[in-house]
Design a protein around this ligand. Structure first.
Ligand SMILES: [Zn+2]
Length: 340
């Protein structure tokens, strides 16, 4: 079984975007009382939105199941206030639940959290519990920068985040570190902000005592870990200079990387540098880079091809990357379907 641990509902029916536009328009009117409102999308619309996109790609590329979450660039935690984010996150998560209910063999859910800049992360606990306990979701996307590119909240290792981590550990789920849109014009969202955030989170983990406080807390750093595998020597050296234990001991029981790296040499470097125990297969379809690479004739985001092409990868390591590590990092995966 081949599991893609990182897919977003980027092809949701246009009614979702219209809902969001109405929500944002309401923010401009001071007399407007925020209400959740309603989203009307039929099951057939959901099927249509997936059949020629994510489902077609699964069939063509030979992946079996995608761990599926709302569109990351659309989370927009910086928009409005905590209530705005609450209503939007609930609506997006409910739609993911419907996808997973319609296609239980193809998708399993991960939620967006109702984060808001300056608002304590413990505010997200009720929605997280709802998604895990009622919908059978197996993880969450955690935005390390709800401000959208200005980094106004404390680092991920600050006690500010601890009540949320306590709940994440109690629920036995991992968090994928995933920013959303960038409203800082210096940072293109998928080209710079995402990769910056992946790298930043890793360095925050090195400098902290977070995994002493939460020995079982697990994070997935997506997009191949940002700059981390390429600069592994730098991070090893920095940890050493700080008197920290080797990285493997310091954080590789807690930090995992996905394979959303869109060229052969990049994937090979990731697999040479990071132990196979810490790598999960992913492609982030349909997502960040949609085009076809003229050098290969295949889509950039067809990451399975790159892994398949690595002759030196052992069968055991290949199995871990495609399947086995998911069972370890997402313990609720095995129990999926029991709470739908
Ligand atoms: Zn993503």
């Amino acid at each position: 079984m081949i599991i893609d641990c990182h897919g977003h509902y980027t092809t949701a029916p246009k009614e979702l975007e219209e809902y969001r536009k109405r929500q944002i328009a309401g923010l401009k009117d001071s007399s407007h009382v925020a209400s959740k409102g309603s989203l009307k999308i039929s099951d057939d619309q959901i099927r249509e939105s997936l059949e020629n996109a994510q489902l077609k790609i699964q069939r063509e590329r030979g992946t079996d199941l995608t761990i599926f979450s709302p569109r990351a660039g659309g989370m927009g935690h910086h928009i409005g206030n905590a209530t705005t984010s609450q209503h939007w996150s609930e609506t997006c998560n409910e739609l993911i639940h419907r996808v997973c209910t319609l296609y239980p063999q193809n998708f399993v859910g991960v939620c967006q959290l109702p984060q808001s800049p300056g608002v304590a992360p413990k505010n997200c606990i009720a929605e997280l519990e709802r998604c895990v306990n009622e919908y059978g979701f197996i993880g969450c996307n955690l935005n390390p920068d709800p401000s959208g590119g200005y980094w106004t909240d404390p680092p991920l290792t600050d006690k500010w985040w601890y009540p949320l981590y306590e709940k994440i550990v109690e629920l036995n789920i991992p968090a994928m570190v995933h920013v959303s849109a960038s409203c800082n014009p210096n940072f293109h969202f998928t080209g710079a902000h995402y990769i910056n955030a992946d790298t930043t989170a890793f360095m925050q983990f090195i400098t902290s005592e977070l995994f002493k406080d939460f020995p079982t807390l697990k994070f997935i750093i997506p997009h191949g870990g940002g700059a981390v595998p390429y600069h592994w020597g730098r991070y090893r050296g920095l940890a050493q200079d700080m008197g920290k234990p080797p990285l493997k001991e310091l954080l590789l029981n807690n930090v995992f990387f996905d394979t959303c790296v869109y060229h052969q040499p990049g994937i090979e470097l990731l697999l040479k540098v990071i132990p196979a125990d810490n790598i999960l297969f992913a492609s982030e379809v349909v997502g960040a880079v949609k085009g076809i690479d003229p050098e290969t004739g295949y889509n950039y985001d067809n990451t399975k091809r790159y892994i398949d092409a690595i002759g030196w990868l052992s069968a055991a390591d290949r199995e871990k990357i495609f399947h086995g590590n998911v069972l370890k990092v997402y313990p609720r995966f095995a129990a999926r379907g029991t709470k739908r």
